[in-house]
Design a binder for this molecule. Structure first.
Ligand SMILES: [Zn+2]
Length: 64
C-alpha cells in the first residue's frame, strides 16, 4: 500500500514514496510554504490575547 498524504499547500493528495518534495506535492508548493513562513503569514497557534476580557479589578492601579 502506498502511503499517501495531503500537500499542506494545495491540499492535493500525493504520495510519500518517490517524492523528493514531501510532504509537498511538488517543488512549487514547497517553495510557497517556505515563503509563507518567511513573511510571517503563519501564526503560532495559541490563545488569542484580547484586552477586552481583562477585569479592571485585577488591575487596581488602573482605577486611580
Ligand atoms: Zn501541492
Amino acid at each position: 500500500m502506498v502511503k499517501q498524504l495531503k500537500c499542506p499547500t494545495c491540499k492535493k493528495v500525493t504520495t510519500w514514496e518517490n517524492n523528493p518534495f514531501r510532504p509537498f506535492c511538488c517543488e512549487r508548493c514547497k517553495l510557497i510554504d517556505l515563503g509563507k513562513w518567511a513573511d510571517g503569514s503563519y501564526q503560532v497557534p495559541g490563545e488569542p490575547v484580547s484586552t477586552h476580557d481583562l477585569n479592571p479589578e485585577d488591575f487596581p492601579e488602573l482605577l486611580n
